[in-house]
Structure formats: structure tokens, C-alpha cells
Design a protein around this ligand. Sequence first.
Ligand code: APR
Length: 320
Amino acid sequence: MARTKIALIGSGMIGGTLAHLVGLKELGDVVMFDIAEGLPNGKALDIAQSGAVEGFDCALKGTSSYADIEGADVCIVTAGVPRKPGMSRDDLLGINLKVMEQVGAGIKKYAPNSLVIAITNPLDAMVWALQKASGLPRNMVIGMAGVLDASRFRHFLATELNVSVEDVSAFVLGGHGDDMVPLIRYSTVSGIPLPDLVKMGWIKQERLDEIVDRTRKGGGEIVALLKTGSAFYAPAASAIEMADSYLKDKKRVLPCAAYLNGEYGVKGLYVGVPVVIGAGGAERIVEIDLNSGERAMFMKSVESVKGLVDACNQIAPQLG
Ligand code: APR
């Protein structure tokens, strides 16, 4: 059987980390694409050479030609520019929207049967644009945000409660922004919901609120520390978890930016919700009951996503 082919569109910090993880986990062969000349080739060669030490067999190739992604089973998209000081949200949106148009055209031509995982920010709008530009089925284009947001929440909770992070599960909803919705009621330590842990005296409600707030601002905290870039280890690990569930048809239930067609009362937008990821891509959206407070938070987040998509429609009406 031929090896799985994974195309990484964008070979910057997240792209490089993705390639390394694919190698270490022997998930398949890797094609690293970037417009920066030499960058994907250099990283691919470096990681391929680490295979001799780590003991993995996977072919890595760097390229600046879309033809090389031909037949990819999975495409993970990190291409784009980060927000720089002085750049407005709309400036960033405009630039990365153009990038998504190019990437979408490349995927449409060479990898129309792949699962596409978008990571480029602003995520919920970029995954929408990528689906439009590629024309791939909506269930085959998803965005990585929720797994990352949940991993941040899980890490903070595990550290605070002094329990294994493996036993902490977290549930997040909404867009990938400061108004994402960490759902306390559905987040647990080994099945015990967080509100029960508050009652049991394990954690004070105020402390839990602080952790929720820190989770919402988790990306910004890392940007402030790094000064010259944004998070890349945890985002890469999160996208790999999604790709793995697809490739092995594991049917993990993972929070992803998925196309909503009436679920949660939302139509025509990509928003973070729990999704069953299997061989059919986004196979099923898990629709849970929200109480009024949760619903209000979720709708606020949806409104922000809608604002971004409206801005995309104005900049590139041909996409909509
Ligand atoms: N086509 C292909 N690659 C592109 C294009 C394009 N049109 N435009 C830019 N790139 C490449 C850049 O050359 C760079 O190597 O995308 C890469 C992005 O890498 P980094 O700047 O290192 O960004 P990274 O930290 O990997 O994050 C990528 O994910 O989380 C988001 O906000 C983050 O949008 C950003 C993206």
C-alpha cells in the first residue's frame, strides 16, 4: 500500500513543526510548500536527516510548486502573514484572504480529494474562504482552533488542580478569538464536571473564572512572550490530532471550526463546535443544549465570526 501523503501549505514555524511531528509519528510522506524560496527545501532536508537518528521512514520534500502536492490525502494550511504592529484586522484579513484564494486554487487543481485543515488566522474566516476558493465539499474543509483552545484550558486546569492533564477534558465552543466559549459544565476531571469540583472545594469559582479568561487570551499571552511570532508547538500538535483521526478513521470527537448549516441556529458560517472526525471528514456535528448564559456567549462569538466573513465578502465578493 502506498504511503499516505500529507501536504503542508506554509512551511513557517507551524509548518516546520507539523512536518517534524508527521515524521516522529510516521503518519506518512510530507510535501512542504512555501513561496519563500529554499525555506521548505531546507526544513524538509533537515527533518529528513533527523529520521536517521529518530528511526522514522518518511519521505520529505520541499517545494514551491503546487504540482508537488498532487494526490495529497491531507493538506494542512498555515500559509499567510501574521498581524504586525500597526496592521488593522482588516489589513490582515485582506492579505490572508488573497493567500487563501491562491492556496484554494492549488488544492482544487492538485488535491481535490484531500481533507483540508486550515490554521491561518483569522481562523474562522480563513477556513470559510478556503472552502469557497477550493470548492471542496464542506465536510472536507475544517479549521483547527478548538483542539488548541481546549488544550490550553486543560493545561491550566491540570496545573491548578495538580492532576494529570490526561484526565482533564475540556469543552470549548465558538470562534477562535477572545470571545471563544470554554464550557465549564461540560469540562471534567475524570468525568467529574468542574462545577462539582467547585462544590467539592477543589477550586474556587473566582479562580476558575481567571483560568477561563487566561484560556481565552492564551494565544496573546504567547505572542507577548515570544515578541517575534506566535505559538507553534501546540497548534501543530492540535492539527496533527485532527489529521490522525481522519487518516485512521478514529472518529474522535474534537472541537473544530466546522461549517454549520442550521446547527446551533447558525447557517453558512464556520464556527467551533464538537465534530466527529473520521474517514468522511467532518462526519457529524455534535449539537448540545446550551443554557441561556452559554447561548448568549456563543452567539456573541458567532457575531464576531460573522463580522469577519462579512468583511471577506466585501473584499472578495467573487468568493461568496
Ligand atoms: N503561499 C504559500 N505560503 C505563503 C504564502 C502564500 N501565498 N504567503 C505566505 N506564506 C508562508 C510564509 O512564507 C511563511 O513561511 O506562510 C508561512 C507562515 O509561517 P509563519 O510566518 O512562521 O507563521 P506560523 O507561526 O507558522 O503561523 C501560520 O497560523 O496560527 C496561525 O496566526 C498564525 O496565520 C498564522 C499561521
